[in-house]
Design a protein around this ligand. Structure first.
Ligand SMILES: Cc1ncc(COP(=O)(O)O)c(C=O)c1O
Length: 380
């Protein structure tokens, strides 16, 4: 069974077909309506739909004016998109450590230690939709005069104390990639709280153009160079159809996670956030294997039993580009590295069947009981 699978019903097919038949394919009514609906749920004045989560992060850093000579602190345990964008803007991504294997969220005190006079922004990523310490980070950034960006790609419509994740910072970025809980195929959303910043993101999405009325004649001016990250109406229409089913999908995901927790109780593995699972994004189900377990053998065992797995994430600082460009070395972020070596993501999606869930549990239990998945004594 796959690691993840989008839930696509007749409503999505009809919504997309209706846009295609109508022949107005780019930013228009569907985009405006989807943006409005997302903003209403999130409780923010405005949301900007873009072509991907990476585009959302790119616009966020552009709008904040991140550029050459700047540093941006980013958790290494994340998808590499934020780091890539920062690097492409000529700034330096400075990788930060996570708190622990049990709470693989960016560590506030580690971030504090990495602040230099060149630091301009801090990125928090809500791993699996579990809230990073937003209050702590808000306070730190306010004291140090830094921008706070939330990479909320895993955390769409996740409530935390006092609001929704992605809305606690200067700019929140979401992804609607096909693997996410709500998908538009590819897609992303930016939520920027201060009005001027939100407006800048919107203008940067479309070549930096801003409308002007000149002698009564409407036209546009370009105040800064921008991009084309405009979504299609098909994406927006699909997103609206997905929105309507979000509570039902979340209930089902929660039921799956509960079955996993029960079924894997007593196994030689650590389940991050275990007691707080139901409050998170229910986006990924990740287990951290015991040090004695050989992860490659474990994943092959599951694969042979029809269970696809993945790793979220290989630490960003361990990729060859970042190692050679910024001289990162093994041991620089030991908790992140240990997590990156021992974590395995198991299938989780709303339409996984009870039988498939049992199949995963059975494969995990038998793998951990089998000598074939253990490291040879003395080998690390
Ligand atoms: C944590 C995180 N950040 C950023 C992204 C980038 O989003 P997208 O794939 O929509 O560009 C992803 C998506 O995979 C992600 O998981």
């Amino acid at each position: 069974m796959p690691l993840t699978e989008p839930v696509i019903h007749g409503e999505e097919v009809d919504a997309v077909a209706s846009v295609v038949r109508g022949r107005w394919l780019t930013v228009s009514e569907q985009t405006a309506a989807f943006e409005r609906e997302c903003a209403e749920i999130l409780g923010v004045p405005e949301a900007v739909l873009v072509t991907s989560g990476t585009a959302a992060l790119h616009l966020a850093f552009l709008a904040l004016g991140i550029g050459p000579g700047d540093e941006v602190i980013i958790p290494s345990l994340s998808f590499v998109a934020a780091a890539s964008v920062v690097d492409l803007l000529g700034a330096r991504p400075v990788f930060a450590e996570i708190t622990s294997l049990r709470y693989p969220l960016v560590d506030l005190s580690d971030v504090r230690r990495r602040i230099t006079p060149r630091t301009k922004a801090v990125v928090v990523m809500h791993y699996g939709g579990h809230p990073a310490d937003v209050d702590g980070f808000r306070q730190l950034c306010a004291e140090a005069g830094l921008w706070l960006v939330e990479d909320a790609a895993h955390a769409l419509f996740v409530e935390s104390s006092g609001g929704y994740l992605g809305t606690f910072s200067d700019i929140g970025c979401f992804s609607f990639h096909a693997s996410k809980n709500l998908t538009t195929g590819e897609g992303g959303l930016v939520v920027a709280r201060p009005g001027a910043l939100a407006q800048k993101v919107r203008q940067l999405r479309s070549h930096g153009m801003s409308p002007v009325a000149d002698a009564g004649e409407p036209g546009y001016d370009v105040r800064y160079p921008g991009l084309n990250y405009r979504p299609t109406e098909m994406q927006a229409a699909m997103g609206r159809a997905q929105l309507a089913r979000r509570h039902e999908d979340r209930r089902r995901r929660r039921a799956v996670v509960e079955k996993y927790l029960k079924g894997m109780d007593g196994c030689r593995l650590l389940i991050p956030f275990a007691e707080g699972w139901a409050r998170g994004g229910l986006h990924l189900f990740v287990v951290v294997l015991d040090e004695q377990v050989d992860r490659g053998s474990f994943r092959r065992w599951l694969s042979a039993r029809g269970v696809q797995t993945s790793v979220h994430y290989p630490p960003s600082h361990s990729f060859s580009y970042y190692r050679s460009r910024y001289r990162y070395r093994e041991g620089d972020l030991p908790i992140t590295e240990s997590f990156g070596q021992r974590a395995v993501t198991l299938p989780l999606y709303a339409e996984i069947t009870d039988g498939q869930v049992e199949q995963v549990i059975d494969a995990v239990r038998t793998a951990l009981e089998s000598n074939q998945c253990m490291r040879e004594a003395g080998k690390s």
